[in-house]
Design a binder for this molecule. Sequence first.
Ligand code: DQA
Length: 146
Amino acid sequence: MSSILVLNGPNLGRLGSREPDVYGSGTLDDLLEQLDRDAAPGVTIDLRQTDDEAELIGWLHEAVDTATPVILNPAAFTHYSYALRDAAALVTKAGLILIEVHISNPHSREEFRHNSVISAIATGVIAGFGFDSYSLALDAINRKLG
Ligand code: DQA
């Protein structure tokens, strides 16, 4: 393993100014800095964000084609995108790790956030630890793949 895809869905490009009471004041650049620090030696963090469902699906296809493990924050797509779920299922059905992460704990928030259409096909789910949700996912991948 030399690279990990860290994929972020809609509105996460606004981290830093978006609802800091919920998501904290760190930006995506800050997240990348943290993950670069936490990554095992020799592992490259490929962090991306899009507001476009089709682009996110294309990146999951890329993960399958390149056999790359994925940390995925699907953002609002979590709650309703069957297309994203089907693409994420391609990753785990290919035997690759895909960890669903959330900065906040969706279960402690509005009712519509309580359901994830992704979780059932993810390798695992980590939520509620701020940016550390991603670092914990990184650690989980490290432990699984060594
Ligand atoms: C989120 C939680 C989602 O409910 C929300 O739509 C997001 C961010 C999180 O990281 O806490 O955009 O995925």
